[in-house]
Design a binder for this molecule. Structure first.
Ligand code: HEC
Length: 145
């Protein structure tokens, strides 16, 4: 009986922790990225006029791989907000020419968004099972021979 009780406790803990993976990302960080960054930082896409638009600064923020590889791996450095260029860019002086999002394009991050981003990076920058946000006019990745 005792054995089963322990087993159940462990099972419950495993379920709770596995479900919480990436929860901060999905509820607190992702909505901000979608609203304030992805218009410029997303996989190549075709405009209505047939032009192909590339991600600005070669940084893709609509896929987990893009976030991790961006800026030669320095876009997000787990546990290290000040080493992560995404965090540095959003915390510059607002009139700095590298400030993100660029002035006049999207609203700067709110205090809460900054804190949530910082905490998420500090806790390891886990994106959980997030597969990325797909846009319907994304240009398919060319198939390598
Ligand atoms: C209106 C378009 C636009 C939006 C919106 C925007 N960016 Fe940018 N971003 C750029 C451009 C253009 C560059 C390249 C020029 C430069 O480095 O400043 C860039 C560069 C960057 C870089 C440097 C990439 C590298 O490899 O050097 C980071 C990091 C970045 N952006 C983060 C963000 C974040 C985080 C957001 C949302 C909070 C955001 N950007 C929103 C246009 C945008």
């Amino acid at each position: 009986m005792e054995y089963y009780r322990k087993f159940i406790y462990i099972l419950i803990i495993v379920i709770i922790t596995s479900n919480s993976r990436g929860i901060d990302f999905k509820t607190k960080v992702l909505p901000m990225l979608e609203k304030k960054c992805m218009s410029c930082h997303r996989e190549p896409y075709k405009t209505n006029f047939g032009r192909t638009k590339k991600p600005k600064g070669n940084l893709i923020l609509n896929t987990p791989e893009g976030i991790k590889k961006g800026d030669n791996g320095k876009a997000i450095v787990a546990n290290n907000p000040s080493g992560s260029s995404i965090y540095r860019r959003v915390t510059l002086e607002k009139n700095h020419d590298r400030f993100m999002p660029p002035q006049g394009k999207e609203d700067p991050l709110t205090e809460k968004e900054l804190k949530d981003l910082e905490n998420w990076i500090k806790k390891g920058a886990d994106t959980g099972d997030w597969k990325g946000k797909t846009f319907k006019n994304t240009v398919p990745k060319s198939v390598k021979p």
